[in-house]
Design a protein around this ligand. Structure first.
Ligand code: KG4
Ligand code: ZN
Length: 372
């Protein structure tokens, strides 16, 4: 079946077409096309994502992206700002789109932004008669490793060597550690108690006067610094320091951010290497925690593989460090191609197909705090 996937949960508008086949044990995903419109320029002056601006940009971007995928179809925007209406040229009979299902992210994310994707998807479904399904953004990140490097090539199959697995999703809104017994059976074993890893990157980037988006800019600055100069705390890395029950694999990044704030206040310096050393040392602390906890979880459950995803997984040092650690423990290491770590619709298509195989459905309304 061919799926048209739509993603608008935060500041990236994305559309993708995927050809999906196979069973839950052996899903085969062929990505035919994926387009993303980034809103970096719009949000940069504000230093972060402004939900109402994101919403307005999605309304503008979606018809443009759709036209890239289907040049013969025209889309007009009408209605009001709170309830835009997308009017498509004739999509029936000989003009029928070569698509079997539409899938749209319904959560988690910024609700005003999510609603725009859902509205677009509903209007398209009505105009074309193609069924519409909701998809979970976090399942998209989780299963993004099923996307391959080359567009058009098929996925690696689930070949019995992947599970049990440990999966780390590290994004701007989430830091979650999951244990997967099978592709359709997982359990959350840890999550952040305060800031997500990407959020910590973004906040520390602001302390360093780096422009939005913080994560990639901080990574760039860290390349010029020494990660061993400043010994920032590694929050909750050591199991003995974890308090409470069931929190063994939880994370906490807000204390680390505060430690950076105090360090910068107490060691003010105009030396050019000051900020790069702070960036590199902060990044090292985050990576030590993420890698340390993920590998400890992998050992505890006897994982055959370690899966990494989410925007922070676009960080080269994290990708490499976790890969090395997983391999030295004898685990397979599964990460999506670089461009599918940050938000995109290709991963939403994968999530939608797997949800269909699991007979799981999500209501077609925005749910900002939808869980995995
Ligand atoms: O998955 P994503 O695109 O959106 C959410 O679902 O949240 O993740 C965005 C987050 C942002 O916090 C961004 O700063 C971070 O991922 N990020 C990075 C890098 N690229 C994006 N963090 C560290 N290094 C990067 N290269
Ligand atoms: Zn995301």
């Amino acid at each position: 079946m061919k799926i048209l996937a739509i993603e608008t949960s935060c500041d990236e508008s994305g559309l993708a077409i995927l050809k999906c086949s196979g069973t839950i044990k052996n899903p085969e995903i062929k990505l035919l096309k994926s387009v993303v419109a980034s809103q970096i320029k719009i949000h940069a002056p504000w230093g972060g994502v402004v939900p109402n601006l994101a919403k307005r940009e999605h309304v503008k971007n979606l018809p443009v992206l759709f036209h890239e995928l289907f040049p013969k179809v025209s889309v007009e925007i009408g209605g009001t700002e709170s309830r835009p209406k997308f009017k498509f040229s004739d999509l029936r009979g000989k003009n029928k789109l070569p698509i079997d299902e539409i899938a749209v992210t319904v959560g988690p994310g910024l609700e005003p932004a999510l609603w725009m994707g859902i509205t677009f998807a509903k209007d398209l479904s009505k105009a074309s008669g193609i069924p519409l399904k909701g998809a979970n953004h976090l399942e998209g990140h989780l299963f993004s490793f099923l996307l391959t490097q080359k567009k058009g090539s098929k996925t690696k199959k689930e070949d019995g060597k992947i599970f049990p697995a440990v999966a780390l999703i590290a994004s701007g809104g989430h830091t979650v550690l999951l244990k997967l017994d099978k592709i359709d059976k997982w359990k959350r074993v840890g999550e952040t108690r305060d800031d997500a890893a990407g959020e910590a990157y973004d906040k520390v980037a602001r302390l360093l006067d780096l422009p939005y988006p913080g994560g990639p800019n901080l990574e760039k600055l860290a390349l010029t610094g020494d990660p061993l100069v400043i010994n920032f705390p590694r929050p909750m890395l050591n199991p003995s320091t974890n308090s409470g029950t069931g929190g063994n694999f939880d994370f906490s990044f807000s204390g680390l951010k505060t430690a950076v704030l105090y360090y910068m206040r107490d060691h003010k310096s105009d030396e050019p290497e000051f900020k790069s050393n702070v960036a590199a040392s902060f990044q090292q602390a985050v990576i030590d925690v993420l890698v340390g906890k993920t590998i400890r979880a992998a050992k505890e459950i006897g994982a055959k593989s370690v899966i990494l995803s989410g925007g922070v997984a676009a960080n080269k040092s994290l990708r490499e460090s976790l890969g090395k650690a997983a391999k030295s423990y004898g685990c397979r290491y599964l990460v999506p191609p670089w461009e599918y770590n940050t938000d995109n619709a290709a991963m939403v298509g994968v999530a939608a197909y797997l949800a269909k195989l699991r007979r799981k459905s999500y209501p077609l309304r925005a749910n900002g705090s939808l869980e995995i």
